[in-house]
Design a protein around this ligand. Structure first.
Ligand code: 8X3
Length: 264
């Protein structure tokens, strides 16, 4: 059974269920949009970079899927509310937009980086979740996915700004699940460890290719965006009464944030 028939039937509503993915312009977000489209969802791709999501939406549509693009900065609350008002339904929200800036010790970290990370990872997720919760509830079987990180569950030297933001996002997910129990909405947290994408480390180190490459040096097989998208798509397509509360996903070569096997 595809997600489309499964969710639509369970919700008692006609039509194809809708999945909104934030940060869908690259990496895990783009791969998740592909995965959910293939699972039968009408995907709504959002990100700041309009050209990228439009290209991906066209690719998905060309492959016979249903996909649209909407340029959105999740930190802009009025824009998020305007976006929410354009949707005729919302069955799944994947809060993927986020990221790290810098890897400095607490003693010297830039407060502006910390603020920006909190803004995108925590407040961004808060904005989209608040704006879409009524539609998710009205769907009869809504799903909120929160993409945190293993950094939301342990800390490491140089990671405190990102770790603090991801802990905050984890707490948002945990608390929301407590608060909305009894409503037809489940909250799924996916917490990946080392994922090699084109942009995560490059953004963190502001385009310093050498520093970015060091993150993955000697690690034979870091996770790919597709690996994480696979766990998201699997979690979302479980029957509506099954809630995958939390999934920590790491490459085999990583035993903890700081314990990584490198063949150098
Ligand atoms: C990324 C995991 O270990 O680079 O979300 O902070 S880590």
């Amino acid at each position: 059974m595809t997600a489309a028939t499964g969710n639509a039937k369970a919700a008692g509503t006609a039509g194809t269920p809708v999945a909104v993915v934030t940060g869908a312009s690259s990496g895990i977000g783009a791969a998740t949009a592909r995965g959910l489209a293939a699972a039968g969802y009408r995907v709504v791709l959002t990100a700041r970079r309009k050209d990228r999501i439009e290209t991906l939406a066209a690719e998905l549509t060309g492959a016979g899927h249903q996909a649209t693009a909407y340029a959105l900065d999740v930190t802009d609350r009025p824009a998020v509310d305007t976006f929410a008002a354009t949707l005729d339904r919302c069955d799944v929200l994947v809060n993927n937009a986020g990221g790290a800036l810098g890897a400095d010790p607490v003693a010297t970290g830039d407060p502006a980086d910390w603020r920006r990370m909190f803004e995108v990872n925590v407040i961004g997720t808060l904005h989209t979740t608040q704006a879409l919760l009524p539609a998710l509830t009205a769907s009869g079987n809504g799903t909120v996915v929160v993409l945190t990180s293993t950094a939301g569950h342990a800390t490491y030297e140089g990671g405190a700004g990102y770790v603090a933001a991801k802990h905050g996002e984890h707490v948002l997910a945990e608390t929301l699940r407590l608060e909305i129990v009894g409503t037809p909405v489940r909250v799924i947290e996916i917490a990946p460890g080392m994922v090699k994408t084109d942009e995560f480390a490059m953004t963190r180190f502001r385009g310093d290719t050498e520093k970015a490459a060091k993150v993955y040096a000697g690690v034979s097989e870091p996770l790919t965006a597709e690996d994480v998208a696979d766990t998201i798509t699997w979690s979302v397509t479980r029957p509506p009464h099954v809630n995958i509360d939390l999934m920590l996903v790491r490459p085999r070569a990583q035993a903890s944030n700081a314990k990584v096997h490198r063949e150098l």
